[in-house]
Design a protein around this ligand. Structure first.
Ligand code: HEM
Ligand SMILES: *[C@@H]1O[C@H](CO)[C@@H](O)[C@H](O)[C@H]1NC(C)=O
Ligand SMILES: *[C@@H]1O[C@H](CO)[C@@H](O)[C@H](O)[C@H]1NC(C)=O
Ligand SMILES: *[C@@H]1O[C@H](CO)[C@@H](O)[C@H](O)[C@H]1NC(C)=O
Ligand SMILES: *[C@@H]1O[C@H](CO)[C@@H](O)[C@H](O)[C@H]1NC(C)=O
Length: 402
């Protein structure tokens, strides 16, 4: 009896270290996945089940969800430890990252001490909670308080059917007039935002200032390369037809192209910076076209200084060269702007706006081309110069290169 119990104890004594060793080996094999997936232990009332979950890196919060591709909705449950006098919040930010613009669902105890869920968009400029609708559909939302944990349940429509969305979450005890009104602005409360793919469950860091910088990059480049440059070309090609506008077109053209070049180089610089900051991701064709554009446009600006006199025998070659590079730059610019739209994927109206502008410029060019040729043909018939761009009395402004 005593021997068997002692042998059992000896066996246990021998087993425990080896089990521990095995466990240690096992743990060391899977440390991140084990620690990341503590959310799998969560359970919910009414037997609610979710197909995926993430343990969020701040505020001990967990997010659970089921994605329905058929209607592009997600059922989510966000839970975080909280005392009964506090609030929790979970938000998608479809237009940025972090809190600014977050489409938020709050949960807290209302004035009658009942748990309530309230939706409200918030921005840095106006973080007041208003109980108003969000930028996407919320089919249902409710909340729960169980043993110092608050939970938000919601069924929402993913904005623009994007599964990869920036989300942000928060927990705090600060209220004003019974509504959430602020949180700690240090530590984990400042880092509670990520990009989440509801399809794969993959999470990645969303850079807050990144989107703003990308937008600046997009605006600078579309305005300069995408609008000013073609406008300058239209000025050069069509204003010349009218003799009275003779020196004027040249100055307008130079002003257009030089300001486009300056703004464009600034935009190009922001692009290089974005590229070097986003290690691991390269959009090679967008980048290469951008670099080519910079080289061609720089060449174009410096070629101005080497422009032969209008009577020089090489002036014709210079003109051919200048036109060829000019049109190449415009075509490449437009191509690259559309590549940029695809990468940045901003709200559709930005792309639509650009398409409208470039289509208008194209339409104007077509009309002016027709007008130009009718003028030229008329001049030919009346025995005038058959060069489309020469002034009506044959003299040309000093700066003109026609
Ligand atoms: C309810 C009223 C709220 C007020 C008055 C408020 C106020 C602030 C302030 C003053 C900052 C610091 C800004 C800075 O120093 O750069 C901040 C940052 C932040 N807030 Fe709020 N906040 C509110 C609600 C929320 C909610 C509901 C969330 C999440 C759903 C949230 C998430 C964040 C995050 C993640 C940051 C860090 C910066 C960022 O990523 O945008 N806040 N908030
Ligand atoms: C979305 O589709 C899923 C699966 O087909 C369905 O269970 C759910 O009720 C739908 N949700 C909405 C809001 O239509
Ligand atoms: C949303 O996207 C998914 C995956 O790309 C697709 O299968 C689904 O049909 C889309 N749903 C809607 C409502 O557009
Ligand atoms: C929020 O507004 C809805 C109606 O728009 C109302 O039914 C609900 O009680 C409001 N909640 C709070 C907390 O004010
Ligand atoms: C035509 O030539 C005269 C000088 O001969 C010049 O003053 C004038 O600006 C030219 N252009 C037009 C459109 O008359």
């Amino acid at each position: 009896m005593s021997s068997s119990s002692s042998s059992a104890a000896a066996a246990a004594g021998g087993l425990t270290p080896s089990i521990l060793l095995l466990l240690a080996v096992f743990l060391s094999l899977f440390p991140p996945s084990l620690s990341q997936k503590s959310c799998t232990l969560d359970t919910f009332s009414q037997n609610r089940l979710y197909s995926l979950c993430n343990s969020l890196p701040q505020l001990s919060a967990n997010l659970h969800w089921t994605y329905h591709p058929q209607n592009s909705t997600v059922d989510v449950a966000y839970r975080a430890p909280q005392t009964s006098d506090g609030w929790i919040a979970w938000a998608l930010n479809p237009t940025g990252a972090g809190m600014d613009g977050a489409q938020t669902i709050f949960a807290f105890h209302d004035s009658r001490n009942a748990m309530t869920a309230v939706s409200s968009p918030i921005t840095f400029a106006n973080p007041t909670v208003k109980n108003s609708s969000l930028s996407f559909k919320v089919y249902s939302m409710s909340s729960e308080f169980i043993s110092d944990t608050m939970i938000i349940y919601a069924i929402i429509e993913l904005p623009r059917n994007r599964t990869k969305v920036n989300h942000v979450w928060q927990a705090s005890n600060i209220f004003t007039n019974g509504l959430p009104s602020g949180h700690a602005t240090t530590g984990p409360n400042m880092h509670s935002s990520l990009t989440l793919d509801f399809l794969s469950g993959q999470s990645s860091v969303s850079v807050n200032s990144g989107l703003r910088r990308k937008n600046i990059h997009g605006v600078l480049n579309s305005v300069s390369w995408g609008i000013l440059m073609p406008l300058g070309a239209i000025v050069a090609r069509y204003m010349r037809v009218f003799g009275s506008a003779d020196p004027a077109w040249f100055y307008l053209h130079v002003a257009c192209q030089c300001s486009a070049y300056i703004v464009g180089v600034a935009g190009w610089g922001t692009g290089l910076k974005l590229g070097s900051d986003s290690k691991g991701i390269t959009y090679s064709s967008h980048r290469n076209i951008g670099i080519t554009l910079f080289c061609l446009a720089t060449l174009q600006v410096f070629a101005l200084l080497l422009r032969p006199n209008k009577d020089h025998k090489y002036r014709l070659y210079w003109n051919v060269y200048h036109h060829a590079i000019g049109y190449t730059v415009i075509i490449l610019s437009i191509v690259n702007i559309f590549k940029g739209f695809d990468i940045l994927d901003p709200d559709r109206r930005w792309k639509n706006t650009y398409v409208a502008i470039i289509a208008t410029l194209g339409g104007i060019a077509v009309v002016l081309e027709a007008v130009t040729w009718s003028i030229v043909l008329k001049r030919r018939r009346s025995g005038g110069s058959d060069k489309p761009y020469r002034s009506s009395n044959g003299t040309v402004g000093v700066n003109s290169y026609a």
